[in-house]
Design a protein around this ligand. Sequence first.
Ligand SMILES: [Zn+2]
Length: 177
Amino acid sequence: MHQLSCEQVTALLSFYVEDKLSDKLTQYVREHLEQCPQCMEKYVKLKNMFGKFMDTQNQVVENPYINKQYEDFKSNLSAYVDNELNDFENIRLKKIAISNPLARQDLENIYTFKKLLHSAFEKTKNDMKTDYSKSVLCKLSQDCSNNAKVDPFIKLTILFFVMVTFIVAGMIYILYF
Ligand SMILES: [Zn+2]
């Protein structure tokens, strides 16, 4: 049975943490760690450092929890952006977006997309508004020109009938009284 010294284990630890040792060496180091608290302590420290390093390097691939979280985030993303979630869910997704770079990127992308969509929609709406106001203006001005034409005509017609009525009444008065 091989027994590694603490010095040997210390030298191998970083490779052990990165899982770069042969099966045999891995086993020797593991056996030593199980019996040696000092080396175990070194191992835990190194493992934590390496873990943090990996977290910043490639969170999503390395960490199944974050992976699951990200899937969850993606499935709720559109509801989140559309403000369809309750407060609790909103805060949860916001936290994921803050802690997970991929989620944040997705959120930024969807916001950019929505902004594009929104501006396109606004443009169409504005175009329609312009068209609508144009047609309203057109109708109004037509109405105005019609009114300008109709109004004096009606006035003349009324005046005409009033005059005719007076003339007829006058004639009736002259003829019969
Ligand atoms: Zn040791």
